[in-house]
Design a protein around this ligand. Structure first.
Ligand SMILES: Nc1ncnc2c1ncn2[C@@H]1O[C@H](COP(=O)(O)OP(=O)(O)OP(=O)(O)O)[C@@H](O)[C@H]1O
Ligand SMILES: [Mg+2]
Length: 240
């Protein structure tokens, strides 16, 4: 579903160049729940932004659903991003002038879809994240956890096969973070791959696959079976 081939991303030039990613290669199968960890500055957000068609690699290729993401023109990439990729950010990135439902419906509206069916889908998604009573609230009338639920509903509006989240619990208390994690894990299916960047070891431990970044390189790539995941979660819970 997602493939990186020798991907590098360098910011700046010459003596001040920062090698944020260095020759990173991996592939992620459809339906996986993948967590990405690593020290601050190790390249996690750079990696996720490239995966989400929000940036350009300096070299290498990235494939989403067998399509070469940066081998197509800007228009095609914008459409692919709209239809195939949902993105959840640490700071929610909701539009403050729109209600929860309008924020959720926005990707469909931008694709030219308006009207009752679109509104109903947005309402249904908000209900599915526990916000049936908040559909007409604007972001400033919502808590952080509620805003992140709206952002998840928005990211699911187009039913994308790829859902990406960069520190989605980074701004939330741990209990609220757990419920957000539950929603993201629940969004994973045989039709949807979810990739999550996190600092939280409890969340990391829940990945079917854990990619560890260090200094712009993929330092570790661990696969876990469900029993292994549960053991890891229990172990983390017992030390915290
Ligand atoms: N726009 C930019 N211009 C220059 N350097 C950048 C830019 N964005 C990121 N970097 C640098 O690239 C490196 C990787 O950054 P990145 O944001 O990917 O790290 P990260 O692993 O997400 O860190 P954090 O855990 O703090 O979010 C860092 O050294 C960072 O300073
Ligand atoms: Mg980051």
């Amino acid at each position: 579903m997602i493939r990186f081939e020798n991907v590098s991303r360098t910011y700046g030039q010459g003596a001040s160049a920062v090698h944020a990613l260095r020759e990173v290669s991996f592939s992620i199968e459809a339906g996986a729940f993948v967590t990405i960890v690593g020290a601050s500055g190790s390249g996690k957000s750079t990696l996720l932004n490239l995966m989400g068609a929000l940036d350009h690699p300096s070299s290498g290729q990235i494939y989403i659903a067998e399509q070469n993401l940066y081998g197509m023109d800007d228009n095609a990439r914008t459409l692919l991003r709209r239809d195939k990729i949902g993105f959840v950010f640490q700071f929610f990135n909701l539009l403050p002038t729109l209600t929860a439902r309008e924020n959720v419906a926005l990707p469909a509206n931008l694709a030219g879809r308006r009207g009752r069916a679109t509104d109903e889908r947005a309402t249904q998604l908000l209900s599915s994240v526990g916000l049936a009573a908040r559909i007409h609230h604007k972001p400033d009338a919502l808590s952080g956890g509620e805003m992140q639920r709206v952002a998840i509903a928005r990211a699911l509006m187009m039913d994308p096969p790829v859902l990406l989240a960069d520190e989605p619990t980074g701004n939330l208390d741990s209990e609220t973070g757990r419920s957000i994690l539950g929603l993201l894990r629940g969004a994973t299916s045989d039709r949807r791959t979810v990739v999550l960047v996190t600092h939280d070891p409890k969340i990391t431990a829940e990945g079917d696959r854990v990619l560890t970044m260090a200094d712009g390189r993929l330092a570790k790539d661990e696969r876990r079976d469900r029993a292994g995941v549960q053991a890891a979660v229990a172990q983390v819970a017992s030390v915290t």
